[in-house]
Design a protein around this ligand. Sequence first.
Ligand code: HEC
Ligand code: HEC
Length: 447
Amino acid sequence: MCKKFLPLLSLLAVASATVASETSATVDPGPRAGPAGAGGAIAGLNAGQQEYFGVGLQNFQTHELIANGLGPRFNADSCASCHAYPAVGGSSPAVNPQLAEAVAYGAKNTIPSFLSLNGPVREARFIATPQGTPDGGVHSLFVISGRNDGTNASACNAAQDDFDAEYAKNNVSFRIPTPLFGAGLIEQITDDALAANLERNHTAKRKLGVAGRLNRSGNTGNVTRFGWKAQNPSVLVFGSEAYNVEIGISNENFPVEREGNPTCQFVPRPNDLINLGGGNLEGIMSSSETNAFFMRFLAPPAPSASSPGGSDSIARGKQQFSAVGCDSCHTPSFTTDSNAAFTALNKQTVALFSDLALHKMGPGLADGIQQGLAAGDEFRTAPLWGLGQRLFFLHDGRTSDLIQAIQAHASAGNASYANSEANQAVKNFSNLFASDKQDLLNFLRSL
Ligand code: HEC
Ligand code: HEC
């Protein structure tokens, strides 16, 4: 069988029955076995930087208590609960820790129906307020009321939102954790490099229907790049925001508690703060800062040269990936700033497979949430490095199957949203011969 990508027109001549029966033979090889190939520090750190990475790693894994400022509302009690797999700093683990953390230490939280033990970690955003105006914010799932983890929160009268009622009204949009491996390298790609990349191969991209734009800060004009909608500029800002939103710990970047309810406040605010009397530097730094060092210095995930399917199949799959147009959004690599302050992050290749830009992804993926410039149907091209060991895909974790994740890229426009920019690339993928498709899937699971 011809292993080369054929132009669309000649593929149309292939009997559709043949294509269909070949399709059923193609499978996602599933999460790659073997070592995680992720979770360690990036090469080239000096001793001091390695120490900060280590302190950050510890803080990142700390299960926070009310005495540290946990709550009044939270989605989980530690960064590493959600950023867990295949190593600390990754994405959702196979067993969702939220179910146990919700009722730890005697808390009486109801588990919303969209969380399950074998499903992804999820956080929930409401699309609209009860008045019908745009909401878009994260509604933290659990409360500390009734919890006694050393500090007794029986006086706290915060009650959970009725998530199942909102879910039944189609008012909830989910997000699963994005992996943090290589985040420091992503931080060091210049705005100019991102803008130039978006303009590269302009004609070919437009032919495929691919456009895209960078999300930018309304204040500085800089490109924002972290999160499913590229809504955030740095790991420090995103991590501090997560500390406040996911865990309920106010800090220097987000000093005000999200919920002021005085019956649920047990420690001074901001909860996490630089400690000037902290003795050595590690004692002085806030957890928000050391968390940021951990993330900044996390090594990128290591791909496999031969698994799954062997090195020939992976090499062919990489060619197919570009031939069908996946790389018109999933840019294979960038180089970091040539004068980055940290040597380990200076002039490094970042093989992330993303342009970090927003694309219109059609009504099928649209979540109705606006963040910065990102509209309800726009998402950041998800970086594909580390895909080989990922368990859940897409912003809401709707699938664990790569083929479904690819097919979900395609949807025709409707009254609210435009056609997905990925429609043609997905069509090209679907028209591949089964063996070519398998090569492409093997390539993705080698990452
Ligand atoms: C309840 C689960 C949960 C917890 C706990 C959590 N996160 Fe996350 N994290 C997420 C989700 C979900 C996203 C994607 C959010 C989005 O884009 O809207 C995310 C995204 C991020 C990102 C953006 C990475 C990228 O490239 O997109 C950073 C940085 C981050 N988290 C840091 C942290 C830190 C630091 C902590 C602890 C203080 C933390 N997170 C705790 C769920 C969690
Ligand atoms: C128009 C730009 C675009 C094109 C073309 C495109 N993608 Fe994507 N891809 C995205 C965006 C945006 C997301 C995130 C969507 C979401 O989560 O809702 C994504 C997500 C993914 C994911 C899930 C990653 C994760 O972290 O969950 C996979 C796998 C993927 N793409 C593979 C492919 C393959 C294979 C092709 C070619 C057949 C392709 N993509 C073509 C923009 C694109």
